[in-house]
Design a protein around this ligand. Sequence first.
Ligand code: AMP
Length: 493
Amino acid sequence: MPFKTLGLADDLVKGILATGYTAPTEIQSRAIPIALSGKDIIGTAQTGTGKTAAFVLPILHRLDQRTEAQKREHHIRALILTPTRELAQQIEDSISTYGRFLHPRTLAIYGGTNMHNQLRHLHRGVDIVIATPGRLLDHLQRKSLNLSKIEVLVLDEADRMFDMGFIQDVRRIVSYVPRERQTLMFSATISKPVRELMSAIQKHPTLIEIGEQRTPIQSVSQHFFSAPQERKLELLLHMLDTQKMESVLVFSRTKHGADKISHRLERRGIKSVAIHSNRTQAQRQRALAGFKQGNYRVLVATDVAARGIDVDGISHVVNYDIPSFPEDYIHRIGRTGRAAATGDAITFVGRDELKHLKKLEHFTSRRYKLKKFPGFDYSKVEKAHPPSQSTHPHVHDRPGQHHRSERRRFEHQGPSRRSGQPHGHHAGGKPRQQRPQQTHGFASSYPRRQHTEVKPTHVTAPPRQNQDWRKLLGEFVDKFAGKKKKFKRPKND
Ligand code: AMP
């Protein structure tokens, strides 16, 4: 089905075609006609399915339908709420890219940027605001922004906003928006609290489910490898040395871990860079741009920092630590295999992480085979990396132990700088490159039906007295406090 048949304005279709898209993705072809009819939507599309355009295009169409007099007025007519500033920037980029012939006035509002500049923009008049909840509330409290003319409200990645503790902020923001409006909600997964929020703020929404919300995207092959915690780095290096892994995104549960992994790779001559919430916005953008351009083979990221990563052609996602929450696994591996390209997702599973694997199996209703990585000597006792060198989290780095202000800090860091790049890799309106099907590297190099055993037999724990006191304290916290917090989500990366 071509874009033309969706009922979008001609100038908008021109903009989409100039971006290089030839046909709508499934979420776009199903959601756009409903959104154009003015109905509310709950879209459970996974990341990488093209959901941004599914809500951006109907908003742009609505703006195009204004009379000439209305076009000169510039009230905020659409508000898009999103959990991270990277996503806010990306959505703003998408709007400029698709709406290049409509010239909408947009403003991305998030922490860390100069309030004065935002006020200046608001004063000049804006049509679409894309915002993270924290800074938007600051504006509302200062009365520097008026949401009383909003026609369309979008909640993007609502599940993540809930995870990050923004749901109360979202409720407060919604109270500033007129009741007569269209509300579009998109989320990779829909938990009970998110569903409750939606029933409170939407009217008879149409549910559009793309794929099963619990299944990772089809184009990603998933592999699970047994990996003793203290030898994970060695295993990663072994894979990078022996496999054709060109553009690799490694996930670390902690900021500290991300830095360590990246430094160790660099020391081995593998071009690598880390992004997490302790990096300034400018540093993160430089790192991402470098990764996109191929200057780095490996990007190491924490979950929250990776949320807005939209890089075409990531060949491998490596979960250095298996995430404790299955939803994070789905989000992580959705960074590869985007828009139908193929990718491999590799997950390292330590002995103490088997419970997370079980949780993931339960969540996705699938059984995963835990294998040993071929050619890696599991019998070797690791002496090269004593515990102080390991990427095991320090106590202060543990997820779930951050104060809310820490989480906000993520929103409030560093100067903002628009990348100047259109959405994804479509600079200059070039069509996206589909990654060719892999015929070498991971997909074909796995032995079938071997090494299903979980426990590495000859690995001995390092002597107790050599362990870093912070690690010991961490274990203590895990053992005694961890049980109570079992189902509490980490509030920061
Ligand atoms: P999203 O799920 O919105 O983050 O989009 C994932 C990726 O798919 C982005 O790189 C988009 O540029 C790309 N994309 C979105 N819509 C299309 C389309 N109709 N055809 C090809 N690529 C698309």
